[in-house]
Write a protein that binds this ligand. Structure first.
Ligand code: ADP
Length: 485
């Protein structure tokens, strides 16, 4: 059933292109399901390459006027967008819980987190500085300016239906670029609500466009269309690689936020209660469905049993259920394939000798609910060591030395986030510098903020989002050499 919002206009079931709400050319639609209740929530237009091409043209047409605005003018419009998102936090949160499944408090938290990128980049819009370089010849002057790259295409995932959009759209728009966005098919309504608020904020027609429909067709057009100068993607490494290959012909600038396989290390000298607290937050946020969720938890020999016992108690206290119910901290998994993957990771580990201490199976609520799970005796031969589980399963590995755990932690093609708990100052520096990831949480399980650069190394991606660095991805550098002075 449809969500009961205070402002019913925030529930949009059409795409938004060139300032207009539109259907697919052939009128086709796709259903969107509420993973918490398994009921149909609504439909979205099933668009393809043709509609995407038109959206790209609209964006390109809107570009000159948008980039010609002063940074202060763009900043004021973005600030208005931020204010509107925050004013509608409750509605946007409810809509997100209904399409994505995360508990309402987490959903409202994501709205504030997502909005923080709009606020931040509305401020950064005015700090796009260039440079003057002392010249190599006395009759020359050298200057560096930064200019908006052009039409940006964005493709976003379902795990953060709001924030994964704002961290791309806000810096793009702040830099003076228009955008065509394709949200995940599971969670299009949070994106369309953002478009409704963008319109109300005064973002001109064509500057922010949302197309919905067939991912491969829309992605195919976005990557082959030469007008698109940049693609910003968050999602799986597999699709990221495909989009990178498809973008090769037109040499697009790419930002890729791909999969992770985050190690979470607890050393003998750690504050164990703090480590358990951090592991809970890092592992079970969004029911384990974030790319920075702890995927492999390494605990040093001397504290392994004590950590496992404390962790087990906390996990037993998690309440699983439909996200709009009071007190629920664990929602459903996004869909059936997600549930099957989690189940397979547990059964693979058990078949190779791991022990289930808490949970371990589908939840009695049915649907895509899974019990928060703790496994001990996990080894590197198991699937959980190699692949991102993306679910509420905490596997505990035992280790002896710092050297050994660093080697294991880095033994993966991924390199997004890592975490460790320790108190020895020398160890904090050695391990912090030794972990091959773009983000390291030291004595904390929560690392996401708009003020810091988020992004990975190795096969976890390219580029950074958030912080003063996040806007660089949407700018081209130009150097002017003036002679005959
Ligand atoms: P996830 O496991 O998070 O669903 P995906 O990489 O499959 O990861 O999805 C992330 C985003 O990529 C979604 O918006 C999805 O629709 C989109 N996507 C999936 N396949 C393609 C494709 N072939 N071309 C373009 N986008 C795609």
């Amino acid at each position: 059933s449809a969500p009961q919002l205070k402002d019913a206009k925030l529930f949009r079931q059409q795409a938004y292109v060139d300032g207009k709400w539109i259907d697919a050319d052939n009128g086709g639609t796709t259903e969107v399901t509420n993973p918490g209740t398994s009921e149909v929530l609504g439909t979205i237009p099933r668009m393809g390459s043709e509609e995407t091409r038109k959206a790209i043209e609209a964006a390109n047409k809107a570009w000159p006027a948008w980039r010609a605005k002063t940074a202060k003018e763009r900043a004021a419009i973005l600030r208005k967008w931020y204010d509107l998102v925050m004013e509608n936090q409750d509605d946007l949160g409810l809509l997100m819980t209904m399409e994505q499944g995360k508990p309402l408090t987490e959903a409202r938290g994501e709205i504030a987190y997502g909005a923080s990128f709009i606020e931040w980049f509305s401020e950064e819009a005015r700090r796009i500085y260039g440079d003057v370089i002392p010249a190599h010849q006395s009759d020359k002057r050298i200057m560096v300016i930064k200019q908006p790259i052009g039409v940006v295409a964005a493709i976003t995932p379902w795990n953060f239906p709001n924030a994964m959009i704002t961290r791309k759209a806000a810096p793009a728009l702040a830099a003076g670029c228009p955008m065509v966005l394709k949200p995940a098919e599971q969670t299009p309504y949070s994106a369309l609500a953002l478009a409704e608020l963008a319109e109300r904020a005064g973002i001109p027609a064509g500057v922010f466009n949302v197309v919905t429909g067939k991912a491969s067709d829309i992605g195919g057009e976005m990557t082959s269309n030469k007008t698109v100068r940049k693609l910003s993607f968050t999602g799986s490494t597999e699709v990221g690689k495909l989009l990178m290959r498809q973008s090769a012909d037109s040499i697009k600038k790419l930002s890729l936020e791909l999969g992770g396989n985050a190690p979470f290390i607890v050393f003998d000298d750690a504050d164990l209660d703090a480590a358990v607290e951090g592991a809970m937050m890092s592992k079970f946020r969004n029911t384990g469905q974030t790319c920075v969720c702890a995927n492999r938890i390494y605990v040093q020999d001397g504290v392994y049993d004590a950590f496992a016992a404390k962790f087990a108690e906390k996990i037993k206290g998690l309440k699983v259920g439909y996200g709009i119910e009071e007190g629920v901290s664990q929602g459903p998994l996004i869909d059936q394939p997600a549930l099957e993957k989690v189940e397979e990771h547990v059964s693979d580990a058990v078949s190779k000798g791991a022990e289930v201490k808490v949970g371990g199976k589908r939840h009695e609520l049915g649907g895509t609910y899974f019990e928060p799970t703790l496994m001990t005796g996990v080894t590197r031969q198991m699937k959980v060591a190699e692949e991102e589980t993306f679910g509420p399963v905490a596997p505990l590995f035992r280790f002896k030395s710092e050297e050994e755990v660093l080697e294991q932690a880095n033994d993966t093609p991924f390199g997004l986030a890592s975490y460790f708990y320790a108190r020895d100052v020398g160890r904090i520096w050695r391990v912090g510098e030794g972990l091959e990831t773009g983000i390291v949480g030291v004595n904390t399980g929560i690392i996401s903020t708009e003020v810091a650069p988020f992004g990975g190394v190795k096969e976890s991606g390219l580029g950074r989002e958030g912080s003063k660095y996040g806007i660089e991805d949407f700018l081209e550098m130009k150097y002017l050499c003036v002679g005959g002075v």
